[in-house]
Design a binder for this molecule. Structure first.
Ligand SMILES: [Zn+2]
Ligand SMILES: [Zn+2]
Length: 136
């Protein structure tokens, strides 16, 4: 049993399928999309099972839930360094943003105002380059 399996609790076959989908995907999938992909591999997987697996993986720090300006969350495999997201309001594309400027903001809040930042939730949305071009 590897470390990852231990952290995820008992890795049932259906949970493993959910984890595999997140590991293979470069996208930011919501629960419905994960469910659709999971059913292609095991048609008996219910949406409730997908939700339970996601909640468990999130609790164990294996995945992250991102709020991308919609009512529901999007999921991705946890990454070593924090990153943020730009969502295109027109085509829905999600672009990952580097974090050094956000870290700079946290550093400045500390040096200027003595605030110790623990979490930052940043939602950036607008129109991606392609959508701007199509409009022109
Ligand atoms: Zn776009
Ligand atoms: Zn991301």
């Amino acid at each position: 049993m590897n470390v990852e399996t231990k952290r995820a609790g008992r890795m049932t076959r259906q949970r493993r399928i959910v984890m595999q989908i997140l590991e293979e995907s470069q996208a930011h999938l919501d629960a419905d999309s994960i469910h659709a992909l999971a059913r292609a591999r095991d048609e008996k997987i219910s949406l409730a099972t997908v939700y339970r697996a996601l909640a468990l993986f999130k609790q164990r720090g294996l995945i992250e839930e991102q709020r991308l300006g919609e009512g529901h969350g999007h999921f991705e495999k946890a990454q070593d360094t924090p990153h943020y997201h730009f969502t295109c309001s027109q085509c829905g594309r999600v672009i990952e943003l580097e974090d050094h400027q956000v870290l700079e903001l946290a550093r400045r809040l500390f040096t200027d105002q003595g605030l110790q930042v623990e979490t930052i939730q940043l939602l950036v949305s607008g129109r991606c380059g392609e959508c701007q071009e199509n409009q022109a």
